[in-house]
Ligand binder design. Structure first.
Ligand code: GRF
Length: 192
């Protein structure tokens, strides 16, 4: 069984989908804890409601990475809660070698595009601006790059003529909520 530490910064809808898959018995895992770098992130509220340890992690002085003392604290928190796997779910920071080494091959991320297309920020805007006929989402192992690393699962989403960034993102999100639990179950079952 995977003991998952979920890292997020925002709404936490992917965390919620993972928690629901566990509750439904389709994902053989346990949520060890939920860690957010934003104190009032909705993901923490969702975690509290679900009865999962909900932890705010102050990542200062860094703005875009998890490093230094905060990285050490993250490792400590995961250990305290019995975590053995990390799922990044809307975590808006780059993870650095300290965490990557401690959890080698045991950190995954979800990204709202068909990687390697449209990595980084604003993936759905990038897809619209590129005139792509389709985009989607990717669950992948995390390495030192940005949205690189071996791919576990992808789901396609068509780009419609009248799509706005928001309408496209909504349809991508719906696929993410299927893809993330599926990818994690693949790992839990040893099929990754
Ligand atoms: C998702 O679109 C994910 O692909 C990206 O950040 C978003 C997080 O959404 N990395 P949520 O917080 O899970 O609702």
């Amino acid at each position: 069984m995977l003991n998952i530490a979920v890292f997020g910064s925002g709404s936490g809808s992917n965390y919620q989908a993972i928690a629901e898959a566990i509750a439904a018995g389709t994902l053989n895992a346990r949520i060890a804890c939920v860690i957010a770098d934003v104190e009032d992130a909705f993901i923490l509220e969702r975690a509290r409601k679900n009865g999962h340890p909900a932890i705010y992690l102050d990542c200062a002085p860094f703005k875009t990475k998890l490093d230094g003392e905060a990285e050490q604290r993250a490792l400590q928190l995961i250990e305290e809660h019995g975590g053995d796997f990390i799922a990044l779910a809307g975590f808006m920071r780059i993870v650095k070698p300290g965490l990557l080494r401690a959890f080698a091959g045991r950190i995954v991320n979800i990204h709202p595009s068909l990687l390697p297309n449209f990595p980084g920020l604003d993936a759905s805007r990038q897809a619209l601006e590129a005139g792509a006929a389709e985009t989607g989402c990717t669950v992948h192992f995390v390495d030192e790059g940005i949205d690189t690393g071996p791919i576990l699962i992808q789901k396609k989403v068509p780009v419609l003529a009248d799509d706005t960034e928001e309408s496209l993102m909504n349809r991508i999100h719906a696929q993410e909520h299927i893809a993330y639990p599926e990818a994690l179950q693949k790992i839990a079952a040893g099929h990754s």
